[in-house]
Design a protein. Structure first.
Length: 391
């Protein structure tokens, strides 16, 4: 697309070209036979009218390309037959360029065929039949020059049109891809925000229901945790929705506070409420870029949430190590107790593992998850750093 200022400049250039061509053809109409070629001998006013027909339509060639080309060709054909033309159909070339640039192929191709026939035929008749000034091959050469200028100009306009259309298609695809990626990011963030809290609520609700009659005190403690976790989840969801509703929020803005990797122990506290003993070992994460901090935190959060949901009560170990080249994340658990063995534990079909995998693929890292030979489940992630450390 051409900006409005650019269109105004192009329109001004077309007007200047139209006036120059008109003036040049008025000069052609006044020329005598001093150059040894056949010359115009009719009325000066008719010559001026033909000159205006050749030049002035160029001023509107971008707005009415087919009409402008038709008017120019008609005037040039008359000028050729009356021996006014002294140049190879520059006005026709300007009109044909606009047709190739603006009009779709179903209209511009037939228009080109007519333009070539009119240009070549008129020049040949003027040079070889009406007032012969060239031999047969000389007339063919002059007609060929007119055809070449007209056809080449149309081809240049058509190529520019196709390139602009291709650039527009690429821009539209990029916009659609950006929208899809943003929707996926939002879905991933919402899943990570909600699933951790809901997993803890689900576990504690099961505990409360199981011990409600046998141990009312433990049931009340579980309900208290459910209440606190629910309030926390609602507060985080309100913050997230506030970010989404803000029109001034730029893309890729974290949906909530940027996680602090030094406070991963809060995840251990939450998991401990559900009966999962989580131990963290975090080294070398200082100075990581914001995007990497969010990614690492969300991966660890989802991995721990999966352990709580599928294996609690159990023991879990989380190791996060970073150096100048990569970040290594390993989350392992010992599996659920014998009376809670579930065939679905850790199978890679849930949205949690899928979300982790997508986050890792964004950084072109590696992701592996599956049962451990000695029991339990393991998640292993490797993220390249590539200099993404804040300064």
């Amino acid at each position: 697309m051409i900006p409005k200022g650019g269109r105004g400049l192009l329109q001004l250039l077309d007007i200047v070209a139209a006036l120059l061509l008109t003036a040049v053809y008025v000069g052609f109409a006044r020329m005598d036979s001093g150059d040894g070629q056949a010359h115009y001998t009719g009325s000066f006013w008719l010559g001026c009218l033909i000159a205006a027909g050749v030049g002035l339509p160029v001023a509107v060639r971008r707005r009415r390309p087919l009409l402008a080309l038709a008017a120019v060709l008609a005037a040039l054909a008359a000028a050729s037959l009356l021996d006014i033309v002294r140049e190879p159909y520059v006005a026709a070339g300007l009109g044909a360029y606009a047709v190739g640039l603006v009009e779709p192929a179903r209209r511009s191709v037939p228009a080109l065929a007519v333009a070539l026939a009119v240009a070549g035929g008129a020049v040949y008749l003027g040079e070889a039949v009406i007032t012969p000034s060239e031999d047969l091959w000389g007339a063919v050469g002059v007609a060929g020059a007119a055809v070449l200028v007209t056809g080449g100009s149309w081809g240049a306009g058509f190529v520019v049109r196709e390139r602009r259309a291709g650039a527009l298609r690429d821009e539209r695809r990029r916009a659609e891809r950006a929208v899809a990626e943003e929707r996926l990011r939002i879905a991933r963030e919402l899943h990570d925000i909600v699933s951790h809290n809901l997993g803890l609520i689900a576990v504690k609700a099961g505990v409360a229901g199981h011990v409600a009659d046998a141990d009312p005190q433990e049931a009340r403690a579980a309900l208290k945790i459910i209440e606190e976790t629910s309030r926390s989840a609602l507060a985080e969801m309100r913050r997230t929705l506030g970010v989404l509703r803000s029109r001034d929020t730029p893309p890729d803005t974290p949906l909530g506070p940027v996680p602090d990797l030094g406070r991963l122990d809060e995840l251990a506290v939450d998991a401990g409420r559900a009966g999962t003993d989580v131990r963290f070992a975090v080294h070398g994460t200082e100075g990581l870029a914001e995007g990497l901090r969010v990614t690492v935190h969300r991966i660890v959060q989802e991995a721990v949430t999966n352990v709580v949901r599928h294996a609690s009560p159990t023991r879990c170990r989380v190791a996060v190590e970073a150096d100048a080249h990569e970040i290594r994340i390993d989350v392992t658990d010992e599996g659920p107790p014998p009376d809670r063995r579930s065939p679905g534990h850790g199978l890679p079909g849930g949205h949690g593992l899928l979300g982790m995998r997508e986050r890792v693929m964004m950084y072109r890292g590696s992701f592996a998850a599956g049962p451990r030979p000695e029991g339990g489940f393991a998640v292993s992630v490797r993220l390249p750093v590539d200099g993404e450390r804040s300064t």
